[in-house]
Design a protein around this ligand. Sequence first.
Ligand code: NAD
Length: 339
Amino acid sequence: MSILITGATGYIGSHTTLAFLKAGYDLIALDNLTNSHPESLKRVSRMAGRSCPLHILDLRDHEALQSLFQNHSIDGVIHFAGLKSVGESMDEPLRYYDNNVSGSLNLIRVMNEYQVKRILFSSSCTVYGDPEEVPVTEDSPTGQVTSPYGRTKYMIEQILQDLQTADPEWSLILLRYFNPIGAHPDGEIGEDPAGRSGNLMPWLTQVAIGKQKCVDIYGGDYPTPDGTAIRDYIHVMDLADGHLKAWEHHRESTATGIYNLGTGHGYSVLELIHTFESVTGKNIPWRITDRRPGDVPAVWADPGKAEKILHWEAKRNLEEMCRDSWNWQVRNPNGFKQA
Ligand code: NAD
């Protein structure tokens, strides 16, 4: 029996695929490669010493998904595939609803058809919107989202929970990630977005390596100590480990597990830039620009539930996140494309 990993060639998908392969799981990878490169999976297989077949297909392709489930013995799905930019979703909401919501619905329908009722879904702290209180716990109010992207995450969570209510055989794990950065310490895999990234860390490393001139900081007048937005940055290796812990904990259970995966510490954009500068010795030019629609001033996690129930906690600090992101960029100045 295998686990199907959607979005496996992407940033978090590739690090998690490596963690699961190393732990001995048999995997099947799926991706349409809109925001990733198949080389990531080749490297993952090399690093794990085990391979994992890649099926290049779109989640919205019903027949292709049916044939995948028909031809393989799949007992669960880890569902990363989706578009992930808050800013982009403000400009292209339909594309986000179509890709993320329709794609997930299609996947869930086919899973149901083939009696595969175990899913781990990549949710996000965006489901908490602009929280009244931080840190946020899993019981903090959700749904008052500030972007179409966040709404797609909230809607998919709701769809899955409605399904589980109607059919208690479904087993759900909803992981609400905070802000993953960093890379595998070997520098073999890392974040390699297609086109210009909406995420801060790839932008920072691109400025540091001379591919871009300056980092735009969206908003310098937030009600935070230095005026820039505060986020809970988490090392992608810790995040990958969180998936493994959650999957293993819920392996035999149909109880729904909802967990925040964050460090519990909030850092401002300027604090992240200064830490990156001190770790790498690089000077990062930056400028304050307008706030970006959809962004919230400050959010960070209370990760206590995952610590208590999954025995998971984020181990790597902000310096290690910056060091590993930079190492990935230096070793792969053109991302996976040079390979
Ligand atoms: P990513 O873009 O690197 O990976 C997503 C992968 O999904 C890509 O490889 C892309 O090609 C694939 N994909 C997208 N739409 C698809 C479709 N319709 N069919 C098949 N493949 C498709 O992003 P990531 O950072 O690895 O994020 C993975 C998941 O985690 C996403 O669902 C994202 O929303 C969620 N998430 C990410 C962050 C973050 O800051 N990176 C934070 C919270 C949640």
